[in-house]
Design a protein around this ligand. Structure first.
Ligand SMILES: *[C@@H]1O[C@H](CO)[C@@H](O)[C@H](O)[C@H]1NC(C)=O
Ligand SMILES: *[C@@H]1O[C@H](CO)[C@@H](O)[C@H](O)[C@H]1NC(C)=O
Ligand SMILES: *[C@@H]1O[C@H](CO)[C@@H](O)[C@H](O)[C@H]1NC(C)=O
Ligand SMILES: *[C@@H]1O[C@H](CO)[C@@H](O)[C@H](O)[C@H]1NC(C)=O
Length: 225
C-alpha cells in the first residue's frame, strides 16, 4: 500500500516534469538585475609576444603595457605589469581573452584584475571581470560581479588600444563595513570624489575618441591570433 502510494507520487512528479517541455515555459520570468556603470578603460597592448599551439588551443600572449580607467567611483592608470593570455578555440576559431593586470588609482590604491571572455558575433568581446584589492576604500570591488564589453579602437605599428566598458550588478556592494565597525569609503570621501566631477571627466576624456570600430577590431584580432 505504502509502496503503491510512493509509486503514484513518483508518477505524478514525473508527469509534472514532462509537462515542462522546452519552449512551453509559462511563468513570467523574474525581472533582470540592473547594472551600475563601473568605468571605461583604455588598455594599451604591445604586439603579441608569441602564439603557440598548446593543450587548450592556440594560446596568444599579449602584453598590457599601460592605459587608464575612468568611472564615477574609480580612476587611474594601468600599470605595465599585465598581459592577455587569450586562447583560440581550435574547433570554432573563437578567441577568448584571459587577462591579468593592475590598476593604480589616482589616490594610490593597487587593484589586481582578471578578465576573461569570448569574441561575439558583433566583433566585440564580452568579459567577466574579477577584482582584488586590499585597499579599504576600494574593498567593495572584491565583492562585485562585473561584466564588460571590449572593442579595439586604434593601433600603431607596435601597439593597439582596447576600450573596455565595465558594469557590475546594481545590487552589489558599493562600500565595506569591517569588523571594527568602520565603513569605507566614508560618506565624506564619497562626496569628495563626486565633487571632482567624475561624470564631466568621463565625457571630457572620451568625447574626442572615435566610436569603436567593429570592423577594425575584427582585423586587429585576425592579426593577433
Ligand atoms: C585615456 O587613454 C585614452 C587612450 O589613450 C586617451 O585618449 C585619454 O585621453 C586618456 N584619458 C585620461 C583621463 O587620461
Ligand atoms: C610604421 O609602419 C609603416 C609601414 O610599414 C612605416 O612606413 C612607418 O615608418 C612605421 N612607423 C614607425 C613609427 O615605425
Ligand atoms: C550603494 O548601495 C546602496 C544599497 O544597495 C544604495 O542604496 C546606494 O544608492 C548605493 N550608493 C551608490 C553611491 O551607488
Ligand atoms: C578598520 O579595519 C580596516 C580593515 O582591517 C582597516 O583598514 C581600518 O584602518 C580600520 N579602521 C579603524 C578606524 O581602525
Amino acid at each position: 500500500m505504502r509502496l503503491s502510494l510512493l509509486t503514484s507520487l513518483c508518477l505524478t512528479a514525473i508527469g509534472a516534469l514532462s509537462q515542462q517541455t522546452p519552449g512551453t515555459y509559462t511563468p513570467a520570468p523574474p525581472p533582470p538585475p540592473g547594472l551600475t556603470f563601473l568605468y571605461t578603460c583604455y588598455a594599451i597592448c604591445d604586439n603579441r609576444l608569441y602564439t603557440t599551439q598548446g593543450p587548450r588551443g592556440l594560446r596568444t600572449t599579449i602584453p598590457i603595457i599601460g592605459g587608464n580607467f575612468t568611472g564615477p567611483r574609480l580612476r587611474g592608470q594601468i600599470l605595465d605589469v599585465g598581459a592577455d593570455w587569450g586562447v583560440t578555440d581550435p574547433q570554432t576559431g573563437i578567441f577568448s581573452a584571459d587577462t591579468r593586470y593592475n590598476f593604480l588609482t589616482d589616490d594610490g590604491a593597487n587593484i589586481f584584475l582578471q578578465t576573461s571572455g569570448p569574441a561575439q558575433p558583433d566583433g566585440s568581446l564580452h568579459l567577466r571581470g574579477v577584482f582584488e584589492t586590499g585597499d579599504k576604500n576600494y574593498y567593495w570591488l572584491n565583492n562585485i560581479v562585473a561584466v564588460g564589453v571590449l572593442n579595439a579602437i586604434s593601433s600603431t605599428n607596435t601597439t593597439f588600444t582596447l576600450r573596455i566598458d565595465m558594469w557590475h550588478l546594481a545590487s552589489d556592494w558599493n562600500s565595506t563595513t569591517f569588523y571594527n565597525g568602520s565603513t569605507y569609503p566614508a560618506q565624506a570621501s564619497r562626496g569628495a570624489l563626486g565633487a571632482q566631477g567624475p561624470a564631466t571627466a568621463v565625457e571630457g576624456a572620451f568625447g574626442v575618441l572615435p566610436t569603436p570600430e567593429v570592423a577594425w577590431f575584427a582585423d586587429a584580432f585576425e592579426d593577433i591570433v
